[in-house]
Structure formats: C-alpha cells, structure tokens
Design a protein around this ligand. Structure first.
Ligand SMILES: [Zn+2]
Ligand SMILES: [Zn+2]
Ligand SMILES: [Zn+2]
Length: 362
C-alpha cells in the first residue's frame, strides 16, 4: 500500500477521510490510485488535485467509505461499493460498525487488484464474468457461510467482529485469520475461474495443485473431521490449502496479494528495494524472505505473535510462481483490451437478510 501526502504536506493513509493537520476532507480516487484533499461545499461536485469528483454515496450518506468517483459518472457508488449486491441490515445498530470494517478490508482488496492491473469487472455489468459481494449477518432463518459461487463472494458479517473471529481462528487451529485474508482468499476462487478455467489452463494447474475434479464436499468433510496434518507445511501454504486443489489455489492467491501489498508498503518506508515492478520472481522472493524475518522479529520485540506465521517451501514457491505468472499475463492482456464495460443501469446495493445462495466454495 502506498503512503499518501496531503496537499498541506502531511502524511495521510488509505483509510483516512480527514487530514489531521489541515482538517480538510480526504478521498481516494481509484482511477488515479491516489488520495486528494478537498473542501466540500453545498454542491455535489468537489475539486480535487485530479479534477472534479463526487463522494461515493456510501461516503456521503453512510460514512463507511472514503472513495470518490468522477463527477461525470452516472453511478452513485464508487468502484468498490458498486460491487455490493447485498449489504447488512442497518436496522440492527451493531451492524454499521462491522460493515465499516468490512468495507475497509474490501477497498484494500480492490486497491491491490487495481494496482496489480487485474481486471475488476462488476457483475452488474457482466453477469457471467463479473464480481459481486453479499455482506450479511446470519439470522434465525439464514445461516450465512463465507464463500464464493460464480463470481458472487459472500462474507459473514461476524468475521468483522474481532472477538468472534479470534474464537473461530482458535477453534479451527488456524495461524492467520483476518477480514482482508478472507477477501483475498475468496477473490482467489473468482480469479481461478477467470485466469485458469476460462483460458483452459487446467493441465498446468493440476501439475502443481492436483486435480480439482476431486469431490469438493467430500474433501472438505475429510479436512474438518481429520484435523491438522502436522506435515502440511511441506507442500501447502496453510493447513486449509491442503483440503482441496481449489482451496490450495485460493490460499496461494491470497498469499500472493499479502506479499505484493506488504512489499509495496515496505518500499514506501524504504525497507525494501528496488521497486517491485522491476523485480523478477526470484528477486521478489528473496526480498520477501528478508522482509518477513524482520517483520516477525519486530513483532517479537513488542511481545506480539508473529505477523507472518507462514513458511514458503520449494513446492509452495512453485505454486506462488504460478500465480505470479497468471497475474503478469492477465495484466499484459488487460492492457491490450481494457475490459471497462458501460453498465446498462447503475447497480444498487440492497439491504436484505432473506436471500439464500448456494455456496460452491468456502
Ligand atoms: Zn492536510
Ligand atoms: Zn464507496
Ligand atoms: Zn475457499
């Protein structure tokens, strides 16, 4: 993640909506991958350093977003919020704060995808190949499972509750569980469809990850009934990755996004060089190893658990390389044929708790 600078000279961060130094409002401009200060007046249109923009409706009305959209856009919602299909029931007072946490993690995901040059196509524009999110809490009538099915990512709102999430992490014996990690994992399933299945790269995928035609429901059942296999880390980035080739890919994809975002942040503070865009895969891995050793040591100095509870063995490294190549090729292809489709109508997010989905992948 980049570190941004306000026009007043102060350092500002991705999640800020006000500069603590000059008290001007701030917004992120996804089409510029930059932040700008502005002074809002009575009109909708705001002057930023990159021209005229408007606040996302989830910024101006709900206070859960800090992104802007070009003043000329027909949309009400920013690039990240317009991917929402279902948002939490805001009649439930506790839900707003959890939703705010969730949207912050989601915007960070979209930032990563944008900065890696991956196409972010909304389901509202392309029902077959697009991406959408259902963010909702379980109710008496509906148990919400976090997962992915045909481009629709569902997130159980309780994952935004730190105490609940830690309880789940401990009960599943996981070493890492975060909101951002969930988004990066689930979007990995989406990109498996787009970057592996669509172009028919099944054979090269299977050579590294195994045959994804193995019964998925049976594989997950076995995974949850057997408990952790102590030797999993030899071949898999996480215990969950060992459950099924689809999960292995989603975990590896999420890991690659962890790496790229963290390396970018490290570069911004002068902890990693040279810029990642000019580095080859081996250079990236060398830098990543050096950085994560330091990162964990810093945490131990503060009496905290390791920030990076993973190890990348040679087989895992080859899987990460596979993802690296897929993303590099997708970026090159997206540059040649931009996928920006004009929506027939602006998508709207609906508050509902009644919709049920079939979850293909957890
Ligand atoms: Zn400022
Ligand atoms: Zn927004
Ligand atoms: Zn999964």
């Amino acid at each position: 993640m980049r570190v941004f600078q306000c026009e007043c000279g102060a350092t500002i961060f991705f999640n800020n909506s006000m500069c603590l130094s000059c008290s001007r409002e701030l917004g992120f401009l996804p089409d510029q991958l930059d932040m700008s200060a502005f002074t809002a007046d009575a009109s909708d249109v705001i002057e930023t350093k990159h021209g005229q923009y408007r606040k996302c409706a989830n910024y101006s009305r709900e206070g859960v977003c800090n992104w802007l959209l070009p003043a000329s856009s027909d949309d009400e919602l920013c690039q990240a919020c317009r991917l929402n299909n279902v948002i939490p029931d805001l009649n439930e007072p506790a839900n707003r704060e959890l939703w705010q946490e969730t949207e912050l993690a989601k915007r960070r995901l979209i930032y990563s995808l944008d900065s890696l040059g991956l196409p972010v196509l909304a389901k509202a524009d392309d029902a077959e190949h697009g991406l959408a999110f259902d963010i909702k809490a379980s109710t008496e009538s509906e148990r919400v499972l976090t997962g992915h099915a045909d481009g629709l990512i569902t997130l159980n709102l309780s994952e935004a509750d730190a105490a609940q999430r830690e309880k789940m992490r401990l009960s599943l014996k996981e070493r890492y569980r975060t909101l951002l990690g969930h988004f990066r994992h689930e979007v990995g399933h989406y990109f498996w469809d787009r970057l592996v299945a669509d172009p028919g790269k099944h054979e090269s995928f299977r050579a590294l990850f195994g045959d994804e035609r193995a019964d998925y429901a049976e594989a997950l059942k076995a995974h949850y009934s057997k408990g952790p296999n102590p030797g999993f880390y030899q071949e898999f980035i996480s215990h969950y990755a060992a459950s099924h080739p689809w999960e292995d890919f989603a975990e590896t994809f999420a890991h690659y996004l962890h790496m790229m975002d963290t390396l970018e942040t490290a570069e911004q503070y002068g902890f990693a060089t040279p810029p990642r865009s000019t580095r080859d895969f081996e250079g990236l891995m060398t830098e990543w190893y050096r950085l994560t050793v330091a990162l964990n040591s810093l945490n131990r100095s503060m009496g905290l658990p390791d920030a990076y509870p993973f190890s990348i063995t040679p087989p895992v490294k080859e899987k990460v390389r596979f993802v690296h190549e897929l993303i590099r090729n997708a970026r090159a292809a997206a540059k040649q044929t931009p996928v920006k489709a004009k929506p027939a109508s602006s998508p709207t997010q609906t508050q509902t708790q009644t919709q049920t989905q079939t979850q293909a992948q957890a």
